[in-house]
Design a binder for this molecule. Structure first.
Ligand code: CUA
Length: 320
């Protein structure tokens, strides 16, 4: 009846949903059948037809009071049980920081998971959430611009992501090995609150991985964070810049990346600068310091590592 569930709370969640649906639909149908039947059967047949006199019936009164009360009570108790499972954070839960922004998801993993404790680059992935099988997680979420909402149908979690405050979801993914005999499975993550032009593209993937695969994926992220290549720059552009910066020369929200590196830029202030490493780095970290002429000062500051910004610059160099 629902999309496949893949968290520990999913089976009970689905049972409660079915219970409430059926507990509402079945009485609705029965009552309406009886209603139509009685309307026809006891219709007024002529001017001399008198209404029959119906006395109080205690048995029926008790039945139709007690049974629905018990059903409603069961809905309440089961509902609280599921709600509790979705809001109580297990003690051993791993905290992942989630940042929602127009129109991408950023996931930052605990520094303790880094292989190289000396590296300063944060362990971050964009639009890809990596989760270890059977490990409880808490996603601590914030938004940098407008209201978004984090929704993973497979885990049965959904929560608004709000600028200026933190919200969370908690869940425990199942094991792909036990459930499907695979070492990884992926599920859709949606933004489910209208957040502007590209709301419908604000999608991500949740990957549930067996421990060995999980470690190798996080290892890859860590390596990428300190690797400087145009490919890394391109993947950053793909997941984070493309909704505002084209690579074909067309102006979207901000200037195109094409031909940007090394060019002379006219600024809103009337000055002119060369788009070199200094200018690009500043424009990533503090976008409003030097706003290009003809563009609105709307870009939020980005907290990329030095290596990541160098990768973006390397990628720009390929777009001449
Ligand atoms: Cu973010 Cu819709």
């Amino acid at each position: 009846m629902y999309i496949e569930g893949f968290s520990t709370v999913a089976p009970l969640h689905d049972f409660v949903m079915n219970f409430i649906h059926l507990g509402v639909i079945i009485p609705f149908v029965l009552v309406n059948i009886a209603l139509v039947y009685f309307i026809v059967k006891y219709r007024r047949r002529g001017p001399n037809d008198v209404t029959s006199r119906v006395e109080h019936n205690s048995t029926i009164e008790v039945v139709w009071t007690v049974i629905p009360s018990l059903v409603c009570l069961a809905m309440f108790v089961l509902g609280i049980e599921v709600f509790d499972g979705q809001r109580t954070v297990p003690e051993n839960a791993v905290d992942i920081q989630v940042t929602a922004k127009q129109w991408a998801w950023e996931f930052q993993y605990p520094a303790a998971l880094k292989k190289d404790p000396d590296s300063r680059a944060a362990l971050k992935s964009y639009n890809q959430l990596f989760l270890k099988a059977e490990e409880p997680v808490r996603l601590i979420m914030k938004a940098t611009d407008v209201l978004h909402s984090f929704f993973v149908p497979a885990f049965r979690v959904k929560e608004d992501v709000v600028p200026g405050m933190y919200t969370y979801v908690t869940f425990t993914p199942l094991s792909p090995q036990k459930e499907k005999g695979k070492d990884r499975v992926e599920f859709d993550i949606f933004c489910t609150e209208y957040c502007g032009k590209d709301h419908s593209y604000m999608l991500a993937k949740a990957h549930v991985l067996e421990p060995a695969v999980y470690e190798s994926e996080l290892g890859k992220i860590e390596e990428e964070a300190s690797n400087v290549t145009p490919e890394v720059g391109q993947s950053i552009w793909q997941s984070n810049c493309r909704s505002c910066h084209s690579i074909d020369g067309s102006a979207v929200v901000g200037p195109s990346f094409k031909g940007l590196y090394g060019s002379a830029r006219q600024l809103e202030s009337g000055e002119s600068v060369t788009a070199d490493e200094n200018y690009i780095t500043e424009s990533v970290l503090n976008p409003n310091a030097k706003v290009a002429k003809g563009f609105p000062p709307v870009m939020p500051p980005q907290d990329y590592s030095e290596a990541q910004i160098q990768s973006i610059i390397e990628y720009m160099k390929t777009l001449q």
